[in-house]
Design a protein around this ligand. Sequence first.
Ligand SMILES: *Cc1c(COP(=O)(O)O)cnc(C)c1O
Length: 401
Amino acid sequence: MSDKSTELIHHPYLPPEGFAAPQPGVFKASTVIFPNVAAMRSREWKDKTGYTYGLHGTPTTYLLEERLCALEGGTQCVLVPSGLAAIANVALALLKQGDELLIPDNAYGPNKALAEGELKDWGITHQFYDPMDLQDLARRISRRTKLVWLEAAGSVTLEFPDLREQVRVCRNANGGAGVLTALDNTWGAGLAFNPFELGDGLGVDISAHALTKYPSGGGDVLMGSVITRNEALHIRIKLTHMRLGLGVGANDVEAVLRSLPSLPLRYCAHDQTARALARWCQTRPEFAQVLHPALPDSPGHAQWLALCGDEAGRAAGLFSVLFDARYSQAQVDAFCDALRLFKLGYSWGGPMSLVVPYELASMRQAWPAHLAPGHLVRFSVGLEAATALQADLVQALAVLD
Ligand SMILES: *Cc1c(COP(=O)(O)O)cnc(C)c1O
């Protein structure tokens, strides 16, 4: 290579220090440069006093980790490439052959699929429990139970469990030895309630969050986080994170850092519009039931009220409807196809409203007694005007006539 190559690689210029701007600088690295061999040998990759390798952290990832800890009320964080990777990181760090994990029956589907797939193949058993029945949870815990997943509100059906009492059951289990709890905190996003302080000195051990949703806020980033308040637990999670190589890209971290400051405002806006639309849907004869924890007759409303209060910004912008049983799947599908502003697509948390028809019967152990029979559709409310979204629902409902 020419000397130009060498010069361009090793150019000595360094810009002056002291640059300050609203957004932090973005550091991209696989390789981290050490000043000498002694530093290379002595640096500990697990702590955040220095840098060893891009996978173990850069100033950019540390910054997002600390801001997410502030958001969720934890002290330690790892970043992973998706929300599902956060769930998998927790499971693989804490479970081994012969152990059992418990998952609420209304949990995020791929969490259940991981249990039924790889975890089962590796000799880790699971049971699905009724999230609305504390006795059912208590009775399923045994000496083999090493992890209990919690979710508030539940995916798709949005039942709000008695989270504090669920944690109490897990703490007191096995003669007081207790069992670890991990919350999928994507719905609450660190804003609806503090998962580490649920009252009465109770809190979850781990919070897993799909940053893909509200923290990204754009529908354009996949990322997840695992947050704890316990150093030993964090190290277990971090070791698995390192061995599996679950790194995240600096461009994606930058996108989330850019979106985070507007998170509380966006969450509140999604919440207000979703509640308004959910209430309006309750007035429509086409729907047998509307599921949103802020609606007085939605499953778990009292528990939501007790934990989150009624203020705007204390619920995610999601609600589901159960169509009256007289409507066929084909009619409900035609309704979804007729929507113009609500786009058909998975995930949520971005500016664009989304809709998904779900086949609930195939997702649950049995049809829950608190749900009306009928086809289910979930709406994720974006940042469009409530009046425009309501008009879209009106015109799409017309296809049912
Ligand atoms: C979307 C979602 C996940 C998974 O997030 P991905 O980044 O899509 O893998 C996990 N839990 C809940 C509740 C979610 O809504």
